[in-house]
Design a protein around this ligand. Structure first.
Ligand code: CUA
Length: 158
Protein backbone atom coordinates (compact mmCIF):
# COMPACT_ATOMS: atom_id res chain seq x y z
CA UNK A 1 0.00 0.00 0.00
CA UNK A 2 3.06 2.19 0.25
CA UNK A 3 3.14 2.38 -3.52
CA UNK A 4 -0.19 4.16 -3.55
CA UNK A 5 1.04 6.64 -1.05
CA UNK A 6 4.07 7.47 -3.18
CA UNK A 7 1.97 7.76 -6.30
CA UNK A 8 -0.18 10.25 -4.51
CA UNK A 9 2.83 12.26 -3.42
CA UNK A 10 4.23 12.31 -6.94
CA UNK A 11 0.88 13.25 -8.38
CA UNK A 12 0.60 16.12 -5.91
CA UNK A 13 4.14 17.14 -6.75
CA UNK A 14 3.32 17.04 -10.48
CA UNK A 15 0.27 19.21 -10.05
CA UNK A 16 2.22 21.62 -7.88
CA UNK A 17 4.96 21.88 -10.50
CA UNK A 18 2.36 22.52 -13.17
CA UNK A 19 0.89 25.34 -11.10
CA UNK A 20 4.34 26.84 -10.52
CA UNK A 21 5.03 26.57 -14.23
CA UNK A 22 1.76 28.27 -15.17
CA UNK A 23 2.35 30.98 -12.60
CA UNK A 24 5.83 31.66 -13.97
CA UNK A 25 4.48 31.81 -17.51
CA UNK A 26 1.69 34.12 -16.42
CA UNK A 27 3.97 36.36 -14.41
CA UNK A 28 6.58 36.67 -17.14
CA UNK A 29 3.91 37.41 -19.73
CA UNK A 30 2.76 40.14 -17.38
CA UNK A 31 6.23 41.64 -17.04
CA UNK A 32 6.95 41.38 -20.73
CA UNK A 33 4.36 44.04 -21.24
CA UNK A 34 1.19 42.10 -21.72
CA UNK A 35 -0.35 44.79 -19.59
CA UNK A 36 -2.28 47.15 -21.83
CA UNK A 37 -0.78 50.63 -22.17
CA UNK A 38 -4.29 51.99 -21.92
CA UNK A 39 -4.39 51.08 -18.23
CA UNK A 40 -3.95 54.41 -16.52
CA UNK A 41 -5.73 54.12 -13.24
CA UNK A 42 -6.59 51.44 -10.77
CA UNK A 43 -9.86 50.51 -9.14
CA UNK A 44 -11.00 47.98 -6.56
CA UNK A 45 -12.80 45.39 -8.70
CA UNK A 46 -15.11 44.60 -5.77
CA UNK A 47 -16.39 48.16 -5.68
CA UNK A 48 -16.86 48.81 -9.40
CA UNK A 49 -20.64 49.11 -9.07
CA UNK A 50 -20.47 51.87 -6.50
CA UNK A 51 -17.65 53.96 -7.95
CA UNK A 52 -17.95 56.70 -10.51
CA UNK A 53 -18.07 56.54 -13.42
CA UNK A 54 -18.82 52.82 -13.34
CA UNK A 55 -21.86 53.19 -11.12
CA UNK A 56 -23.56 54.64 -14.20
CA UNK A 57 -22.45 52.77 -17.32
CA UNK A 58 -23.41 54.34 -20.63
CA UNK A 59 -22.87 57.48 -22.67
CA UNK A 60 -22.46 60.87 -21.07
CA UNK A 61 -21.89 64.29 -22.63
CA UNK A 62 -18.93 66.08 -21.10
CA UNK A 63 -17.79 69.70 -21.28
CA UNK A 64 -14.36 71.26 -21.33
CA UNK A 65 -12.48 68.15 -22.35
CA UNK A 66 -10.72 67.09 -25.51
CA UNK A 67 -13.55 64.66 -26.16
CA UNK A 68 -17.31 65.27 -26.36
CA UNK A 69 -18.60 62.15 -24.67
CA UNK A 70 -17.56 59.50 -22.26
CA UNK A 71 -18.77 55.99 -22.85
CA UNK A 72 -18.47 53.86 -19.75
CA UNK A 73 -18.51 50.06 -19.78
CA UNK A 74 -18.52 47.52 -17.01
CA UNK A 75 -17.50 44.04 -18.07
CA UNK A 76 -18.28 40.91 -16.13
CA UNK A 77 -18.65 37.26 -16.98
CA UNK A 78 -20.42 37.21 -19.39
CA UNK A 79 -21.85 40.58 -20.32
CA UNK A 80 -21.13 44.22 -20.93
CA UNK A 81 -23.03 47.05 -19.33
CA UNK A 82 -24.59 48.80 -21.21
CA UNK A 83 -25.80 46.15 -23.64
CA UNK A 84 -26.56 48.75 -26.28
CA UNK A 85 -25.83 52.41 -26.75
CA UNK A 86 -26.47 55.16 -29.32
CA UNK A 87 -23.59 57.46 -30.22
CA UNK A 88 -24.08 60.62 -32.31
CA UNK A 89 -22.31 60.53 -35.68
CA UNK A 90 -18.91 62.24 -35.58
CA UNK A 91 -18.68 62.28 -31.81
CA UNK A 92 -15.28 62.15 -30.20
CA UNK A 93 -15.70 59.62 -27.45
CA UNK A 94 -13.53 58.47 -24.61
CA UNK A 95 -14.32 54.84 -23.96
CA UNK A 96 -13.69 53.96 -20.33
CA UNK A 97 -13.96 50.36 -19.21
CA UNK A 98 -13.16 47.98 -16.41
CA UNK A 99 -13.96 44.45 -15.32
CA UNK A 100 -15.60 43.22 -12.15
CA UNK A 101 -14.10 39.75 -12.29
CA UNK A 102 -11.72 38.16 -14.77
CA UNK A 103 -9.78 39.48 -17.76
CA UNK A 104 -11.92 40.37 -20.75
CA UNK A 105 -10.90 41.55 -24.19
CA UNK A 106 -12.89 44.62 -25.12
CA UNK A 107 -12.99 44.97 -28.87
CA UNK A 108 -15.26 47.01 -31.11
CA UNK A 109 -15.40 45.19 -34.42
CA UNK A 110 -14.61 47.35 -37.43
CA UNK A 111 -12.71 49.95 -35.37
CA UNK A 112 -9.28 50.08 -33.77
CA UNK A 113 -10.80 49.99 -30.31
CA UNK A 114 -9.23 46.95 -28.71
CA UNK A 115 -8.24 46.90 -25.08
CA UNK A 116 -7.58 44.35 -22.42
CA UNK A 117 -9.71 44.75 -19.33
CA UNK A 118 -7.89 43.54 -16.27
CA UNK A 119 -9.35 43.37 -12.77
CA UNK A 120 -8.14 46.35 -10.81
CA UNK A 121 -7.40 48.52 -13.83
CA UNK A 122 -9.28 51.10 -15.82
CA UNK A 123 -8.77 50.98 -19.58
CA UNK A 124 -9.37 53.96 -21.83
CA UNK A 125 -9.42 54.66 -25.53
CA UNK A 126 -10.40 57.80 -27.40
CA UNK A 127 -12.17 57.28 -30.71
CA UNK A 128 -14.14 59.32 -33.20
CA UNK A 129 -17.17 57.57 -34.59
CA UNK A 130 -17.21 58.96 -38.13
CA UNK A 131 -19.21 56.23 -39.78
CA UNK A 132 -22.85 55.55 -39.11
CA UNK A 133 -24.08 52.05 -38.48
CA UNK A 134 -23.98 49.32 -35.91
CA UNK A 135 -20.80 48.18 -34.25
CA UNK A 136 -20.47 45.00 -32.29
CA UNK A 137 -18.58 45.07 -29.01
CA UNK A 138 -16.99 41.68 -28.52
CA UNK A 139 -14.81 39.90 -26.02
CA UNK A 140 -11.62 38.60 -27.58
CA UNK A 141 -10.08 37.07 -24.47
CA UNK A 142 -11.37 33.69 -23.37
CA UNK A 143 -13.08 34.27 -20.04
CA UNK A 144 -15.18 31.18 -19.44
CA UNK A 145 -18.11 29.18 -20.71
CA UNK A 146 -20.13 32.24 -21.69
CA UNK A 147 -17.23 33.99 -23.45
CA UNK A 148 -18.80 33.80 -26.91
CA UNK A 149 -22.03 35.34 -25.63
CA UNK A 150 -20.31 38.44 -24.34
CA UNK A 151 -21.30 41.30 -26.56
CA UNK A 152 -22.78 44.74 -26.72
CA UNK A 153 -23.82 47.08 -29.50
CA UNK A 154 -22.88 50.62 -30.47
CA UNK A 155 -25.25 52.38 -32.85
CA UNK A 156 -23.76 55.43 -34.53
CA UNK A 157 -26.66 57.63 -35.61
CA UNK A 158 -26.95 60.99 -37.39
CU1 CUA B 1 -15.24 38.07 -21.62
CU2 CUA B 1 -14.37 36.52 -23.11
Amino acid sequence: MHVHKFEKIWLTFGVAMLLVFLTVIGVSAFYLGNKPPSCLATIDPEKVDTQAPFNEPGLKKVEGKEWDYELVYVASAFAYQPGEVEVPFGAKVKVIATTKDVIHGFQVAGTNINMMLEPGYISEHIATFDKTGEYLVLCNEYCGVGHHMMMSKIKVVE
